[in-house]
Design a protein around this ligand. Structure first.
Ligand code: CO
Length: 212
């Protein structure tokens, strides 16, 4: 059987299983979504937000891109963010990076060209802003993984500065931004930091190093 056919077959098996567990499941999802979380993560196939958090369909509103970068000029992400905050009234936005991120590795190596290099502009910026700390570490995994952590921090700051988030903060809406990192080696998500309306962005500290 072709690999692609396996996807369709697995989908039918999944739908049957869901229906067996809860005959109302799909009907309930048809007319309404009320997710409590917006997830902004890396496109990496090994980092699967729904499975990692055991979220069911309807649980997570999701945006993914290479290296979980936040550009206020990214129409895709800004539309997702606007809809999440203003229409769905989501109270928690998560940016989740992951150790061993190929995008962050590429930014560190500086070897990619073309569309990926263009996309990674913010990641290069993070590296430039934290170069002294990163280069004080042994080359290889340690540098990549620390850059993953500070990238989450800096993207969280970009996110905090966007119009939908600033407006929600100003209006007193209950909105919290969370910076997390996922460890491919043990499947654990580790919280790094959070931002809410009371956070003074100029005083946001570096996250603790959580990777041993
Ligand atoms: Co990645």
């Amino acid at each position: 059987m072709k690999e692609i056919d396996q996807l369709l077959l697995s989908n039918r098996a999944w739908a049957a299983e869901m229906l067996h567990e809860n005959p109302e499941f799909f009907q309930r999802n048809v007319n309404l979504q009320r997710p409590a979380f917006l997830w902004i993560g890396c496109s990496d196939s090994r980092v699967a937000p729904d499975q990692m958090t055991q979220a069911l369909p309807g649980g997570l509103f999701v945006h993914r891109n290479i290296a979980n970068l936040v550009y206020p000029t990214d129409r895709n992400l800004m539309a997702v963010l606007h809809y999440a905050v203003n229409v769905l009234e989501i109270a928690h936005v998560v940016i989740c990076g992951h150790y061993g991120c190929g995008g962050i590795q590429a930014a560190l190596d500086g070897t990619v060209e073309g569309p990926i290099a263009d996309w990674l502009d913010h990641a290069y910026q993070v590296l430039n802003d934290h170069r002294a700390e990163i280069e004080a570490l042994p080359p290889g995994e340690e540098r990549v993984n620390r850059l993953v952590e500070v990238n989450v921090r800096d993207q969280l700051l970009h996110l905090a500065g966007t119009e939908p988030v600033q407006s929600a903060f100003a209006a007193g809406k209950p909105l919290t931004l969370h910076g997390w990192v996922y460890d491919l080696r043990d499947g654990h998500i580790k919280p790094l930091m959070r931002i809410d309306a009371d956070t003074v962005l100029a005083e946001l500290p570096q996250p603790e190093r959580v990777l041993l």
